[in-house]
Structure formats: C-alpha cells, structure tokens
Design a protein around this ligand. Structure first.
Ligand code: NI
Length: 136
C-alpha cells in the first residue's frame, strides 16, 4: 500500500490539560485546540514538534471507546494514523491483509470530519486509516 503516509501518532492521556502542559514544557506546540469527538466520546488535541504530529486523546466519559484502553495502557502512545488518497481500496487491502476493523468508517470531528476507521493487527496492534481527500 504505497499510498499510506503517516499522519499522526495517537497518544492516550488521562487528562488533556495536564498532558498539554507536560508536552509544551518539552517544546511541543499546540496546532489544534481541544475538540470534543461526540462519536467516540473523547477529547482530542493536536500538538507538533520536529515535524511530528501527536494527537492527545482522553476519554470524556466512562463509556468512551478509550476508557478501557486507558485502564490498560495508562498514558501512552497507542496508535499510528495513516493517511490515504484511496480510502476504500486501502481499507479493503488492510482487511484482506489480516487487519480486523474494530469500528466502522465514520467522520472524525477533530480532523475536519474526514473519514477514519480503526483496525487491529495481531502483530502490530492498532492503526487508524484516514481519508486523505478533503470532503464536504
Ligand atoms: Ni488518531
């Protein structure tokens, strides 16, 4: 899948505000203030340093999709997001290649409502696939 490009690293944090303080102390800059994702019930903020885009994700409620992950992983990176110019083709190719979808493609409010889907691989854990074409 040569069209896949790394877009961001998803970083699970318990509390967005205190995490932002810690990251900015290390020289990260806020590139997008915190946005509430009502589909996944998470708060999302984007930070950047040295060309790397980091997505801070924290659960906004106990039934958030990441509440269970946070209990297991604590504050930690937990997915790499790949951007594609051919979402459907790469999504199908990933499924064929052994990935399992853990949700269905849906808009991401923190990413201009571009379509994303999360997939799991037994050998590499969780990835996110992002539609690289701007729509709507
Ligand atoms: Ni992400």
């Amino acid at each position: 899948m040569p069209t896949l490009k790394i877009h961001h690293i998803g970083y699970l944090v318990k509390k967005t505000d205190s995490a932002i303080h810690s990251f900015t102390d290390l020289g990260y800059k806020i590139v997008q203030d915190t946005v509430y994702d009502n589909i996944r019930k998470v708060n999302i903020c984007f930070l950047q340093k040295d060309g790397y885009l980091i997505e801070l994700v924290s659960p906004a409620s106990g039934d958030s999709v990441v509440a269970g992950l946070l209990k297991r992983y604590k504050n930690a990176p937990y997915h790499i997001c790949y951007e594609t110019d051919d979402f459907e083709a790469d999504y199908q190719a990933l499924l064929t290649g052994g990935f399992t979808a853990i949700d269905t493609p849906a808009p991401a409010p923190a990413l201009q409502n571009r379509k994303v889907v999360f997939l799991m691989s037994a050998s590499m854990g969780m990835i996110e696939l992002l539609d690289g074409t701007i729509s709507g």
